[in-house]
Design a binder for this molecule. Sequence first.
Ligand code: G3P
Ligand code: CA
Length: 303
Amino acid sequence: MICRLLLVVVIMASSLGLADAQSSKHNVAHRGASAYAPEHTLAAYRLAIEQGADFVEQDLAVTKDGVLICLHDPTLERTTNVEQLFPERSTMVSWEGKTTRSWLANDFTLAEIKRLDAGSWFDPKFAQEKIPTFDEAVALIRGRAGIFPELKTPEVYKGRDVDFETLVAAALDKHQLRGLGADRSTAIILQTFSEESARKLSAMKIGVPVVLLLSTGKGWDTAARVNEWKGIVQGLGPNKSVLLDNPRLVEWAHAAGMTVTPYTFRSANSGTFPSVRAEMEHFLYTLGVDAVFTDNPDQFPRR
Ligand code: G3P
Ligand code: CA
């Protein structure tokens, strides 16, 4: 009986990706190798794998026809030529406390989104790059690295008949990324800034680890605050400044059985550190975090 119980626990831990996620320090390619290739393109994901990333991050958005795509902003104009191709299709969009005229991805079908150039804004040599679907990202990454999707800006879908968490759960089932029959070669961890979304994923027993992202100024300065999330999420993903202000967060999270994966480490801004490698080194081996989100996966200091 005890042996059977142990077996069940081991199977559950591996299907959740927990064994993988907690065994060593992990290099999470933020939006792919986004220092060197346009974020959230297959070129950026491919390069991240070549540079040795343990996980490749996707920010997820939902198209008008209900398809999960990989896109950081809820809107299309920063990283595509949507203004040129669809000049009449902008609307007033409220996001991060601002209301601006924008091209919301959820107003466009996948077929329309696939017409956009998602690479030229970064460098003309990437002009052929498209916004990938989550399915395309999984097909490229699975078996080569882990997958680290974020349910991005769920507030944008309020009143739009989009059940983001259920769409993600269905995608995990479609790709056999959760449950007893899960693909063991591909670890998966979900992430969200939304406490509501994190609680919903827990209530629906999503079956894979969930990281709650912490932006600055949210009052994560007590062990009690961390313990509120014990058993609901399996990790915290603080802005790196949150950890510099309060390094004890790592100790509290670990005591509660949670991993810590701060964001974002980039060569374009390594603060007071001499290099992004030195900055990651400090967080990983002095502060003791488990993984880092970095635009520069080639600079990850492995020991
Ligand atoms: O998801 C971790 C990190 O990516 C959070 O910041 O804005 O790049 O999604 P953002
Ligand atoms: Ca993200």
